[in-house]
Design a protein around this ligand. Structure first.
Ligand code: BGP
Length: 464
């Protein structure tokens, strides 16, 4: 029997985001964000037409939920602040009911011995700002810096782990390349501008944090998924390198090293795709890198050299440079359709150690989505999610192995605490340690993995 023990004070917990859990989308002065608006416009694009007001209702039930987190051994929990709840118009007046709500949540967490990790932006642009162009508009970058300052000054006494954004590449890809988030634009140049401005906004928030001399650390949460090439053939290797530049190194390099990779800049320049910048940006980015990095990992990206060159007049897309590769024999999550490749988490951590100065980091999301999970309920109504326990254990073994190799990884947060509403997929894929019964007043039930997690956290590791 092998034992996997983790370093002292390892952070055990889970992650969630405001739009996916709070509900109360239209009360107590909250302004609309792009999800509220898009759902009103096109409910059919959402799985079962379920929109962001039908979440697990953390807004009302946070006290009980935090007690359950405590029971399940959490010593930390990542939540996000809803920008449009706190500042309904994105800039200007602060909503006092929101201030009270977040203070109450933070107090409750702290009283339960759970350290709050607070993220400022999880895909939820206030509608008023999106109407001005969202991240494409430099004024929105400044609005984000002001919003960050407001959060630091309101909650800085209670929070010592801050994150500027979650997976900033997702709004770029989903919102400006692949038509799966609002504003459903498909335009490479605009996508580049959105990505660039998100990076500048993050650096401005970091600067505000440092200038304000707040206690604690600030970072960003990235889905630093490796791009594995099909083979050692130079053409496949090049495909892997370029996919990595677009989807991974773009935000990773600027967040940790303060500069964009030269090769990426060259590719963008060759295709006349460089974003518009301001003279002070370079210095700002260089001087305001992260103290800590959150790593979200679900599945790897596999790529190969292009088989057919795109038509010269075809609009530029990342896939101009590589094809996605459906590797035969890969292990799949049969209940969600994503690949499972546990060693990917190790590769990420070793890459951070070797190429990113061993930046302090933690696993900020890792989880297994399952469709129709009720079919795994036992006669007591408890979901017997042994597949999820195996998923966590196999990933944790690789995290443990990375620690043996000197990785600076400080914790592991699962996605997620409780089944939650997930953007277009709504409640299609369940990820929680706790299930919710949507037909029965969102009643909560701890899954088998929840009890397993409790043991894991309590023992600071597991045996197998
Ligand atoms: C991550 C996001 C989360 C969550 C998760 C699961 O990328 O940070 O917000 O949505 O993916 O996604 P899905 O429900 O589509 O399986």
């Amino acid at each position: 029997m092998a034992t996997y023990t983790f370093p002292e004070n390892f952070w055990w917990g889970s992650a969630a985001s405001a739009t996916q859990t709070e509900g109360a989308a239209h009360i107590d002065g909250k302004g609309d964000n792009i999800w509220d608006y898009w759902y009103q416009q096109e409910p059919n694009r959402f799985y079962n037409q379920v929109g962001p007001e039908h979440t697990s209702r953390f807004y009302e039930r946070y006290k009980d939920d935090i007690q359950t987190m405590k029971k399940l051994g959490h010593n930390s929990f990542r939540l996000s602040i809803s920008w449009s709840r706190l500042i309904p118009d994105g800039t200007g007046e602060v909503n006092q009911k929101a201030v009270q709500f977040y203070h109450d949540v933070l107090d409750e967490l702290i009283a339960a011995g759970i350290e709050p990790f607070v993220n400022l932006y999880h895909f939820d642009m206030p509608l008023v700002l999106q109407e001005m162009g969202g991240w494409e508009n430099r004024k929105v970058v400044e609005a984000f810096a002001d919003y960050a300052k407001t959060c630091f000054s309101l909650f800085g006494g209670k929070v010592t782990k801050w994150f500027t954004q979650n997976e900033p590449i997702v709004p770029v890809e989903a919102g400006y390349l692949y038509d799966s988030h609002y504003p459903n634009v498909v335009d490479f140049k605009r996508a580049v501008q959105v990505g660039y401005h998100s990076a500048v906004a993050s650096a401005m928030a970091i600067k505000a944090f440092k200038d304000g001399d707040y206690k604690g650390k600030i970072g960003i949460i990235l889905n630093v998924t490796p791009s594995y090439p099909r083979s050692h053939h130079p053409a496949d290797q090049k495909a892997g390198r370029i996919a990595d530049l677009f989807f991974n190194k773009s935000f990773l390099d600027v967040s940790v090293k303060g500069t964009f990779p030269d090769e990426l800049v060259q590719i963008l320049s060759d295709h006349s795709m460089l974003p518009s910048t301001e003279p002070m940006d370079e210095k700002l980015l260089q001087e305001n890198t992260v103290d800590i990095l959150g790593v979200n990992y679900y599945q790897p990206r596999r790529v190969k050299a292009k088989e057919y060159m795109p038509h010269p007049d075809a609009p530029l897309m990342p896939e101009h440079f590589f094809d996605f590769y459906d590797m035969p024999g890969k292990k799949m999550n049969p209940y969600r359709g994503w690949e499972i490749y546990e060693k990917g988490i190790y590769d990420i951590l070793i890459n951070l150690k070797e190429n990113y100065g061993n930046v302090e980091c933690f696993i900020s999301e890792n989880g297994m989505g399952v469709q129709n999970e009720d079919r795994f309920k036992d006669e007591d109504g408890i979901i017997q999610d042994d597949y999820r326990i195996a998923f966590y254990q196999e990933h944790l073994k690789w995290v443990h192995a990375a620690i043996q190799q000197g990785s600076n990884v400080k914790g592991y947060h699962v996605w997620t605490f409780m089944d939650n509403w997930s953007w277009l997929n709504a409640y299609k894929n369940r990820y929680g340690l706790v299930s919710i019964d949507l037909d029965n007043d969102a009643k909560r039930h701890i899954k088998k993995s929840g009890s397993w997690f409790q043991e894991l956290a309590l023992n600071n590791g597991f045996r197998e």
